[in-house]
Design a protein around this ligand. Sequence first.
Ligand code: NAD
Ligand code: G6P
Ligand code: MN
Length: 468
Amino acid sequence: MKRYSVVICGGGSTYTPDMIELLCLLQDSFPLRKVTLYDIDADRQAIVGRFGEVMFREYYEGLEFSYTTDKAEAFEDIDFALVQIRAGGMGLRNFDEKIPYRYGRIGQETCGAGGLAYGVRSVPAMIQLVKDIRQYAPDAWIINYANPAAIVAEATKRMFPGDKRLVNICDMPPDVLNHYLPLIGRKRSEFRPVYFGLNHYGWFTRLLDRKTGEDVLPELLSYIVDNYESIHAEFKGRIRGPEDHWAITFLDHLEMIRDFPYSLPNSYNLYYLYPDRTYAHYTPEHTRYDEVIAGREHDVFTWCNEISALGHMKGTKYDLTDKIAAKRSSIRDLGVETVYADNDVHAAYLVELVLSIVNNAYEPTLVMTENNGICPNLDPGMMLEATCLAGAQELMPLAVGEVPAFEKGLLENQYACEKLLVDAILEHSDLKLLQAFTENRLVGDADVAKKIIADFKAANGNEWPEFC
Ligand code: NAD
Ligand code: G6P
Ligand code: MN
């Protein structure tokens, strides 16, 4: 069996430790010879890298592991580049979220003005990264999570036309399924989903049972509507405090399903359809950034530091021997070529796509892909998030059909904004930058857009390109 070589770009990401664990768990179905972490911040990456050394040494026989800031070392001899970089780091995410709040607008990592500012940094960083990877590894698969993925996908489509091994993905749609399917005693791996939208702005329209072909979405939606009060109480009970962002989000999400009970929406639709409500979750002084720093980043790095200080995991409370053994045997018992990773959704979703590619399994996977008739009444160039069958040579999109008036209007507005932003970045056009911010439904006023852009320019310093 072939053994693969993988680089994780953004090695210092808070998501890398879980990905490392998953690679250990899936070593029978996705055997590796080499894993490299690559980052531009050596100190941040070292926290994760030292942890990775311990975990791979104890749980992955014969694997070559290193972490580096050197491009040649990172990108030579790889089969897959898994990308989760954050251009400008968490420090600038803070401004992306806080600055719009100064003007009464939502500040969010990927939606509204904050997402546009992140796009201004992320697009050039991703273009450079893809060029660097392609210099050393022309045939490697590049699978990107870096946000704002809709804008990044629009830019990579233009800059790397015909590159069939460059794919942008998001873990939110599978996460939505993981939240709701258990309500009717089902799970994601049992279905082929039909979905359309821009990234962080989309809808499941059908959930086809792999065995029977039956669409269970109507059953799921009826169940939610019929049992709304008890599900609401259950979701509310999951909220562990005012900083429990995702549990709060899913309570709002449930209410969105009740209001529009004919499809299953992405949770990010909340920002566009309920702007006052989502705005009210935070303040100009306190946004999601603060929660991530005190929560996920603190927890993940504490855990990494503890394990690297111990120098081993076996025999400690971090021992993974049983978990790995259980996973390996359950994979063997399944006796199938592809595996649903069934771990935390972020790493799991990415590795599921990789497994479908290496096994040429044509598993249905949601990725960003050029419309070209998937939804015939939307712009053919739109980078839709839609179901594709993932094979060894390419991802084959499945047709969805005409989009209803409500969704069409929302998506066309958002796509105009995203296209203008990418134009602005590639042409260094300040007019198009102003148009993009003004077009955005969560800004919607040229005077406000001008002030927000001026503040972003000041806060981003050298990270903000010249627009003229
Ligand atoms: P993070 O800030 O914790 O980690 C990102 C890492 O990338 C940092 O270590 C940083 O130094 C590094 N980095 C920045 N620019 C780089 C470059 N040009 N080359 C190499 N490394 C670089 O961020 P995080 O919260 O772990 O998220 C990582 C990324 O994944 C973000 O873009 C986030 O938005 C994205 N994300 C996307 C999805 C999705 O659904 N698409 C899900 C989760 C996270
Ligand atoms: C979801 C989204 C991502 C986003 C992530 C983390 O998974 O799909 O695009 O980056 O959440 O968001 P957070 O606010 O927790 O950092
Ligand atoms: Mn996402």
